[in-house]
Design a protein around this ligand. Structure first.
Ligand SMILES: CC(C)(COP(=O)(O)OP(=O)(O)OC[C@H]1O[C@@H](n2cnc3c(N)ncnc32)[C@H](O)[C@@H]1OP(=O)(O)O)[C@@H](O)C(=O)NCCC(=O)NCCS
Length: 210
């Protein structure tokens, strides 16, 4: 877990009941909870539960959850970018990746997506990092939401923009593989100028593709 990250939580009253939005949550705390079966976008709920516990145990892993009593109904994770990525290789220790956000299909449209990112970014430690998130259209729940790819992109952007994650251009091959894919980034207030300048440079390996 990122050092000095003080756990925070708040209660949200929804028409479906009270939801606690909290984090960062430790692996042992997560293992005492169970997962709502509507969490299945990236892997089945039980597998995702194990993945959350694993991320919470990583050196720079952070897990925030939305829970109804002892049932996890949503999560957002942060971790170091992949060692192979340009982000990890060019700016080690500066970039943190918002890895995944998911609200159970049984609990969507209750502002829990907003609440999760807000509680995470309410923590001052993130001002020391450039936070990125990569969004790939092939991960999106178009069927479950009934949205087309462009409306889904707008919906995700609303959630990310809420905490200052803004779209950035890049020539990252996976991002440019689909026109709706997005790289989003937020530069923390205490990130040194040389790191933010380098980040803007490394977004493009080929400057002619800007
Ligand atoms: C993306 C996701 C986390 C949003 O969670 P959520 O709790 O339903 O979102 P919120 O209730 O906080 O709503 C955020 C905004 O999106 C809008 N929105 C959410 N779902 C919508 C839908 N199906 N249709 C239209 N608008 C929608 C809300 O109205 C709100 O906008 P507003 O402030 O203008 O009213 C959720 O849809 C999800 O888990 N999707 C599957 C996983 C996924 O795609 N993750 C991102 C991978 S890159």
């Amino acid at each position: 877990m990122v050092e000095d990250f003080s756990p925070k939580g708040k209660v949200i009253v929804t028409p479906r009941g009270k939801i606690v939005v909290e984090g960062p949550v430790s692996g042992p705390e997560l293992s005492r909870l169970s997962m709502d079966d509507g969490i299945k976008m990236f892997r089945p709920a039980s597998e995702q539960h194990k993945a959350l516990i694993r991320i919470a145990g990583m050196e720079e892993g952070l897990v925030f959850i939305a829970r109804h009593e002892k049932l996890i109904v949503g999560y957002v994770t942060f971790h170091r970018p992949d060692d192979d990525s340009r982000w990890a290789q060019e700016l080690p220790g500066v970039i943190l990746e918002l890895g995944a956000i998911e609200i159970s299909s049984n609990w969507r449209r209750l502002s829990l997506g907003y609440a999760l990112v807000e509680i995470a970014f309410d923590n001052d430690v993130l001002e020391d990092y450039i936070v990125i998130s990569t969004h790939y259209a092939w991960h999106w729940d178009l069927v479950g939401t009934g949205l087309n790819v462009w409306d889904y992109q707008k919906m995700l952007s609303k959630v990310m923009n809420k905490v200052g994650l803004q779209r950035r251009s890049t020539d990252d091959p996976e991002i440019i593989a689909h026109p709706a894919n997005m790289l989003k980034a937020r530069i923390g207030k205490r990130v040194p100028k040389e790191s933010s300048t380098k980040f803007e440079l490394i977004r493009h390996k080929n400057p002619f593709l800007i």
